[in-house]
Design a protein around this ligand. Structure first.
Ligand code: ADP
Ligand code: ZN
Ligand code: ZN
Length: 727
């Protein structure tokens, strides 16, 4: 007897395993990947048919029947279902949650995306079907032949009358097709194809192996390491063209979409209707449209932030992750997946290449390239050979000795003044989003570190003490510096509002714009600010990490970084990597046009290797030091980590559950070179009435341990947050 295996679409981890149902004959043969309505307890639930199972004997409970089939064709391909399974097992989330990543909204019910009528030409169609007198008809015919097809709404917008469109549509060689509506607002400017720029020799040599992999339908991860302006985007464009030439779909991932507008524009300009843009600010109906266009192959290129990796493409020929080191590829709430891993899994299943591009590759990716797991491709020079900006490091301790207690060093003041005077623009990094709570000596620059983990200790108001976020170590706040005995111990990083005020006070004439999270939450504001800054309506752009990437502004000649220390001291093993990226990327904003750039970095740690290597624009030098540290301390890529947070309303229950998890895991994995640290308090003790305790697991190979958790009570423990590969 054959039963259908159904995953219930509900975020409960107890429903991780498929349930069995009878498929009534009236539905005919329903393919795996189809969405259904099924009874569960007293209610009806949406579910996903993942396959069938042959039962040799009838089960000892009454099987229930599927109520309704929701899709006419399956939504999930086998590859999508397999990838979801892999996500579920790797990131320890439920299969249903992982499947849902591939859908547009939470409920699965079919949704009718609006369609529109297209005039599509075949090869038989020709302009000579109209007499030379019919000028408008000929014009429209020529246009359609050039673009292959277009929606009626666009033709109307281009000034063709109903009458003319109707006449051309009636001709042999033209067919009317109903397609999912394009969600782009401005068709016309998009259809001008960008000239095909020939690749430089350097680009051609990195493109060659990528092209081979595309042509041979072969899985191969490439790490494309190239400074900004070295021509990486041009290589992506070329590879995408090759991919869609093969009739396949390309997925292009970019970090936060607002800021990478430029790359999106270049894709749209080059490929017009072939591109759909996907980002979190689209409405559900816009997303649906985009998804449908990909599914129906009306468009073959999808460009978007992290979640675009779940595009419902059946035949992927290329995946690109631009700025692959960017931390926005990791989702930090709900299902904590990393888009890079998902990209690699999907590419492997589709047998296609992946390009991981960056000027500052993540340490883990560069290591994998060294180990030949990825193919390393390098573009070491800028296309237009602009010089790298000159970077000055200012030791804030010396400023103090000279009696300057302001947030701006003399060098910073000078940089601002001269930039304003020369009527150039400046970007200033504020870093408010960084953790504001580390403790540092203002005399010697010493930061209080955890003696066990070599990450900085974090100040906790509660109990007035310092805690490590990686282990149980905590200590009272020292009254003097353990290194130089100075009493000038200070909490750092706060007071950015003050910085803005100071700036306005000193430079009354300057036009200042601020860009941070508060601003980008509003749909168009960030874009407006960036565009206005690009048009030189502001002199200074103040902002958090967000100002470190995105547009090239030709009038920006100066970059100021107020406290490199607040990035260096985030309490994470990857603090140096993040600092190096941020400093390098932000500095790289200066002098992109014809004018030379200048950068001032203020710090209490002028000898820190992330700062020194960034000043020298020396990625490999930084990598070598960082990888040696990681090896010695046992951090990724040498060891894997899993971070857990147990949450419960009752304080004693939290410690009870956390202790049981630790005891259970200890009893199974103690001997296997796996450290299980905790439970310990980290971060905030109580959030939204839930008490929290942390557990950190670290080891060379956590595969078995993950498998164990996946099939144990721990997996379904309510309130347990699991973060695999925390970054
Ligand atoms: P990246 O993505 O590495 O920052 P881009 O692809 O944006 O680099 O290239 C930098 C600049 O050089 C852009 O203005 C681009 O249009 C131009 N460019 C790229 N490739 C070529 C080429 N082969 N010939 C001429 N100009 C190029
Ligand atoms: Zn000191
Ligand atoms: Zn520690």
């Amino acid at each position: 007897m054959r039963v259908a295996q159904v995953i219930i679409n509900r975020p409960a981890k107890q429903l991780n395993k498929p349930l069995s149902y009878i498929l009534p004959d009236k539905f005919g043969d329903v393919a795996s990947g189809t969405r259904l309505l099924v009874p569960l307890g007293g209610s009806r639930e949406e579910g996903i048919l993942i396959g069938y199972e042959e039962l040799t004997e009838a089960p000892d409970f009454a099987l229930r029947a599927i109520i309704q089939v929701l899709d006419s064709e399956p939504w999930f391909t086998k590859e999508m279902m397999d990838t979801a399974k892999q996500i579920s097992q790797y990131y320890l989330c439920s299969y249903g949650d992982a499947l849902r990543l591939f859908t547009v909204h939470k409920t699965l019910k079919s949704y009718d995306a609006p369609k529109e009528e297209w005039l599509v030409v075949s090869s038989e169609f020709s302009v000579t079907q109209f007499s030379p007198k019919k000028k408008k008809q000929r014009e429209l015919a020529a246009y359609l032949i050039e673009v292959g097809g277009a929606p009626k709404s666009l033709l109307r917008a281009k000034g063709f009358s109903h009458m003319v469109i109707k006449q051309v549509a009636a001709e042999p060689g033209i067919s009317i097709e109903s397609r999912f509506k394009d969600t782009k607002t401005t068709f016309t400017e998009l259809l001008s194809k960008e000239e095909d720029i020939p690749l430089t020799d350097a680009q051609a040599s990195v493109y060659k192996p990528i092209q081979q992999a595309i042509d041979e339908h072969r899985y191969e991860p490439f790490l494309l390491h190239g400074v900004t302006g070295s021509g990486k985007t041009q290589v992506y464009l070329r590879a995408a063209a090759r991919c869609i030439g093969e009739g396949k779909t390309a997925i292009i991932l970019v970090p936060e979409i607002v800021l990478t507008d430029q790359i999106v524009r270049r894709f749209v300009k080059t490929f017009g209707q072939e591109v759909v843009v996907f980002h979190s600010k689209l409405t559900i109906s816009e997303r649906n449209n985009n998804w449908e266009r990909i599914r129906r192959k009306d468009s073959h290129i999808i460009i978007g932030a992290r979640s675009a990796i779940f595009a419902p493409a059946e035949d992927i020929g290329l995946i690109v992750l631009d700025e692959e080191h960017d931390t926005s590829y990791k989702q930090e709430d709900m299902i904590r997946y990393h888009a890079r891993n998902v990209a690699l899994w999907r590419a492997k299943a589709h047998q296609c290449p992946v390009i991981l591009g960056s000027a500052t590759p993540s340490i883990v990716s560069f290591y994998k390239a060294q180990e030949k797991e990825y193919t390393l491709l390098e573009l070491p020079y800028r296309i237009y050979e602009q010089p790298m900006p000159e970077v000055h490091i200012i030791d804030m301790k010396e400023e103090m000795i000279r009696g300057n207690y302001s947030v701006f060093s003399d060098a910073m003041m000078e940089l601002i003044e001269s930039t304003l005077e020369e009527q150039n623009q400046m970007i200033m990094l504020l870093n408010r989003r960084g953790y504001s709570t580390f403790v540092m000596c203002r005399d010697c620059g010493e930061t209080i570190m955890c003696p066990h983990c070599s990450v900085s200790m974090v100040y906790h108001q509660e109990g007035e003490e310092l805690r490590c976020h990686y282990c149980d170590h905590h200590e009272p706040i020292p009254t003097m510096c353990p290194k130089c005995a100075s009493k000038k111990i200070k909490f750092f990083g706060s007071g950015t509002q003050k910085v803005e005020e100071e700036l306005r006070r000193h430079f009354k004439e300057a036009r200042i714009a601020r860009l941070d999270q508060d601003v980008t939450r509003r749909k168009h504001l960030a874009e407006d600010i960036l565009r206005d800054f690009g048009n030189h309506k502001y002199d200074i752009l103040l902002g958090t990490q967000m100002v470190s990437k995105g547009h090239d502004f030709k009038d920006v000649t100066a970059v100021g970084i107020l406290t490199a220390d607040s990035v260096l001291n985030i309490p994470l093993y990857s603090a140096s990597e993040r600092a190096f990226d941020l400093l390098t990327q932000t500095s790289g904003r200066a002098g992109r046009g014809e004018k030379e750039g200048r950068v001032v970095i203020q710090t209490y740690n002028p000898l820190n290797y992330a700062i020194i290597k960034s000043k020298a624009h020396d990625y490999e030098g930084f990598y070598n030091e960082e990888i040696a540290n990681r090896r010695e301390l046992g951090y990724p890529p040498f060891k894997d980590m899993i971070y857990m947070v147990v949450r419960h309303e009752k304080e004693d229950m939290v410690s009870d559950i956390a202790q049981r998890i630790v005891t259970d895991l200890d009893s199974h994995f103690q001997s296997n070179d796996i450290e299980i640290i905790g439970p310990y308090e980290s971060g905030i003790k109580k959030i939204r009435n839930m008490y929290r305790l942390s557990i950190m697991i670290r080891g060379m190979d956590l595969k078995e341990l993950k498998e164990y958790i996946y099939n144990s009570w721990i997996f379904t423990q309510e309130g347990l947050l699991i973060d695999v590969d925390p970054i």
